[in-house]
Design a protein around this ligand. Structure first.
Ligand code: PNS
Length: 171
């Protein structure tokens, strides 16, 4: 029962989301059932060159989630731990598909927990999204393949339009 001592559980779901996929959306839906508030945080991964700008990635996510106060979208250009400190967040949520995801996330957890006191909660992907990644979606779309089963329907046209533009630049 919620009383005045109840502390809202706020979690951040960080990622590149370049672009958001059905796998991400599944994690968002499931995490929003666990936490009182979920902030989807678009960050830059220095290992990857993003196709979509930060603002574009935020707008794409907004098109895919319900317009309410429980699930929010934000972006940040600094370290995840600094955002967590600024917003006083207690939980990080990440999705795990494979053993290599686990090793990567475990390393991130170890580093982040050296820098700040925060819990990381890993949600296992559903089997239908096990193979899915934003990079794969971009590659398939670039070569004209069908990505309609991989990305949320509201952003399908945006991704295809971006790919048309990219193809013109590459030619
Ligand atoms: O979707 P991704 O690319 O796997 O997400 C990785 C991301 C963006 C969460 C990670 O690169 C990140 O946290 N970037 C922000 C900068 C930062 O805090 N780096 C240190 C991570 S230990």
């Amino acid at each position: 029962m919620r009383d005045s001592l109840y502390l809202a559980k706020v979690a951040v779901y960080p990622g590149s989301f370049d672009p958001i996929t059905l796998g991400h959306l599944d994690i968002i839906n499931r995490a929003s059932n666990i936490f009182d508030k979920l902030i989807i945080l678009v960050l830059n991964n220095y290992r990857k060159k993003p196709l979509f700008s930060m603002n574009e990635r935020v707008e794409l996510i907004k098109k895919c989630i319900p317009d309410n106060n429980k699930v929010l979208v934000d972006s940040y250009t600094g370290l995840l731990v600094d955002y967590i400190r600024e917003k006083n967040i207690s939980f990080i949520v990440k999705g795990i598909r494979t053993i290599s995801d686990f090793e990567y996330e475990f390393q991130q957890y170890l580093v982040n927990s050296r820098l700040i006191n925060v819990e990381t909660i890993l949600l296992m992907t559903k089997s239908e999204y096990n193979f899915l990644s934003s990079s794969l979606v971009k590659e398939i779309a670039f070569f004209g393949g069908d990505i309609s089963n991989f990305v949320p329907q509201p952003i399908l046209k945006d991704i295809l339009a971006k790919m048309d533009k990219l193809r013109l630049e590459v030619d």
